[in-house]
Design a protein around this ligand. Structure first.
Ligand SMILES: CC(C)(COP(=O)(O)OP(=O)(O)OC[C@H]1O[C@@H](n2cnc3c(N)ncnc32)[C@H](O)[C@@H]1OP(=O)(O)O)[C@@H](O)C(=O)NCCC(=O)NCCS
Length: 450
C-alpha cells in the first residue's frame, strides 16, 4: 500500500501522574510475597495511587491543560477531542465532555470517548491522524485508574495516569506511517469489567497469551505490507500491562523473525538480551514507577523514551504495539522528530516523579475506600474529604463527590500552603453542579479566592 498523503502524527505530548505512590516492597510485605516476584517477575517497583479527589477526568484535564500551556496551543484551534479510557465516570456522559469544559476548549469541537480496553487511545490517535490530514488539530487524551481486587495477582500491576497528545499535520514528536494497517481483532474474554463491578475481572495468563498472539499476527502483517523487519527499528515499544511483558513480546518477535525457539533450554538468550537493552528498555523506566495506566501505557513508553533519550532518539524509526483486551491489537510504526527541542522539558514526566509522596499500605486502602464512597450519590460533602496533610498539593482540578446525581469538580490549586485550609471559600447554599456549569460557561464562579 502506498500513499501520497502529507504526514500526520503527534505534534506535542504531556503526561500527568498522581502525586502519591505505594512501593511494591510495601505491598509484598503486606501479602507475604517475595518482593523479587514483583521486581524481577513483573518488572514493577512502585504504583501510582490517585488521591480520592483525583479521577480519570481530573488526570485527563491536568494533562490537556499542560499540553495547552507548555506547547502554546490555541484551545480554539482544537476541532476534535477524543478520550481513550476504560475507567470512565459515567455510562452516558463521556469523560471527553468534562475535559472539554474543564480544560477550556472552544465550542466548535467534536468530543467523544473511545472504549476498547487498553486500545482505546490508539484507536483515537489513528482516527485523529486521518482527520489531521484536513489540516486541523486534534487532542487525544488517554486517562485511566487501573484497579484490581486487593490481594489478587493483578494488584501489583495497578497504576494511574494520563497522557495527552496533540495530533496534527506537523508531527514534530512522532510522524506516524499511516499508509498501512496491521490490526488484529478477536473476541475473547481475557479481561473485562462487568457493569456491576468497580474492579476488572481478568484471566491474566490467558490475556498474556492473547496479547502475544495479536502481536505475532500484527508484526507479520506489518512486515509483509511494508517490507520492514525489526532491524529497521531503533526502538520497539509495547503496551505494558507490567514492564516485564515487554520481554515476552520481544522474544515473541525474535522467534517470528528468526524461527528459533527461545524457550528451549539450549537457546542462547544473551544476543536477545543485548537487543532488548538497546531497543526496548529505554521506554520502560516510567512504567516501572507508575504501573499500568491502561490506555496511556504505550504512550507513556513513548514519553519515557523521549525524556530519557532526547538526543539519541531524534530522527529514529520506532515500532509501537498496542493491545486492548477483548481484543484488538495494532502495530504502528513511525519516525521520531529530528529536533528534540520540540519536546525537551515539556513532557513533565521525570519532574512529576521526583515530587511524589510515598504513602503506606493503610493509607492506600483508605484512599480506595474513600474513592468508592465518593462514587455514591449524595457523597459530596466537604467533611468527607480527608483534608489534613493528604490533599494533592498541585492538582489543578478536584473531584468532590456526587450531589443530586451530578459529579462535582472545581479548581483545586489554591490550598493555603502549610495549612489544611482551602483558599477557596465555598458558599454552601449554591448547588455545586451550577459551579461547574458556570465555570465552563466562563462566568464568575460562586467561590472567592482569599
Ligand atoms: C500478569 C499476571 C497474570 C501474573 O500473575 P501471577 O499469577 O502472579 O503470575 P506468576 O505466578 O506467573 O508470576 C509472574 C512472574 O513472576 C515470576 N516469579 C514468581 N516468583 C518469583 C520470585 N520469587 N522471584 C522472581 N520471579 C518470580 C514468575 O516466574 C513469572 O514470570 P514468567 O511469567 O516469566 O514465568 C497478573 O499480574 C495479572 O493478572 N495481571 C493483570 C492482567 C495483565 O496484566 N494482562 C496482560 C495482558 S494485557
Amino acid at each position: 500500500m502506498s500513499s501520497t498523503r502529507p504526514s500526520a502524527g503527534i505534534e506535542a505530548i504531556t503526561v500527568h501522574v498522581p502525586e502519591h505512590y505505594l512501593t511494591l516492597d510495601a505491598l509484598a510485605a503486606e501479602h507475604g510475597v517475595d518482593p523479587a516476584k514483583f521486581h524481577s517477575g513483573l518488572g514493577c517497583r512502585s504504583m501510582a495511587v490517585p488521591h480520592p479527589t483525583q479521577d480519570t477526568v481530573t488526570m485527563a484535564v491536568a494533562a490537556v491543560r499542560d499540553l495547552i500551556d507548555r506547547y502554546n496551543v490555541d484551545p480554539e484551534e482544537i476541532g476534535l477531542l477524543i478520550c481513550g479510557t476504560e475507567t470512565g465516570v459515567d455510562s452516558s456522559k463521556p469523560v471527553s465532555s468534562y475535559v472539554h469544559g474543564l480544560a477550556g476548549l472552544g465550542p466548535q469541537c467534536r468530543t467523544f470517548d473511545i472504549k476498547h480496553a487498553c486500545y482505546g487511545a490508539t484507536a483515537g490517535l489513528m482516527m485523529a491522524c486521518s482527520w489531521a490530514h484536513k489540516g486541523r488539530k486534534a487532542i487525544v487524551v488517554a486517562s485511566d485508574v487501573s484497579r484490581y481486587q486487593p490481594g489478587s495477582p493483578g494488584e501489583p500491576t495497578q497504576g494511574a495516569g494520563a497522557v495527552a497528545m496533540l495530533v496534527s499535520d506537523r508531527p514534530q514528536v512522532l510522524r506516524i506511517h499511516d499508509s498501512f494497517e496491521a490490526v488484529h481483532t478477536l473476541s475473547v474474554n481475557d479481561f473485562w469489567r462487568p457493569t456491576y463491578s468497580p474492579t476488572a475481572v481478568v484471566d491474566g495468563r490467558y490475556s498474556v497469551a492473547c496479547y502475544l498472539s495479536g502481536l505475532r499476527s500484527s508484526w507479520r502483517e506489518m512486515c509483509e505490507m511494508t517490507g520492514r523487519c525489526r532491524d529497521d527499528f531503533a526502538y520497539m515499544l509495547y503496551h505494558l500491562p507490567f514492564p516485564r511483558m515487554s520481554w515476552k513480546a520481544h522474544t515473541a518477535i525474535a522467534e517470528v523473525e528468526t524461527g528459533i525457539d527461545l524457550a528451549s533450554p539450549s537457546s542462547d538468550l544473551e544476543p536477545e538480551k543485548l537487543v532488548y537493552t538497546q531497543k526496548v528498555e529505554p521506554a520502560l523506566w516510567a512504567a516501572q514507577e507508575i504501573g499500568n495506566i491502561y490506555t496511556g501505557s504505550l504512550w507513556l513508553g513513548l514519553a519515557a523514551l523521549l525524556e530519557g533519550e532526547p538526543t539519541s532518539s531524534a530522527g529514529k524509526l520506532v515500532s509501537l504495539y498496542s493491545y486492548g483486551s477483548g481484543s484488538c491489537s495494532e502495530l504502528i510504526t513511525g519516525a521520531i522528530g529530528d529536533d528534540p527541542t520540540a519536546w525537551h522539558g515539556r513532557i513533565g514526566l521525570g519532574a512529576a516523579l521526583t515530587t511524589r509522596t510515598q504513602i503506606d499500605h493503610d493509607l492506600y486502602l483508605e484512599f480506595r475506600k474513600m474513592e468508592l464512597a465518593l462514587k455514591q450519590n449524595g457523597s459530596y460533602a466537604r467533611s468527607e474529604i480527608p483534608l489534613e496533610k493528604r490533599l494533592p498539593s498541585h492538582a489543578s482540578t478536584l473531584y468532590l463527590g456526587v450531589k443530586d446525581h451530578r459529579r462535582v469538580y472545581r479548581p483545586g490549586a489554591d490550598w493555603q500552603p502549610g495549612t489544611d485550609q482551602p483558599r477557596v471559600q465555598i458558599r454552601e447554599d449554591e448547588p455545586p453542579e451550577a459551579w461547574c456549569d458556570m465555570w465552563m460557561l466562563g462566568q464568575e464562579p460562586p467561590w472567592k479566592v482569599q
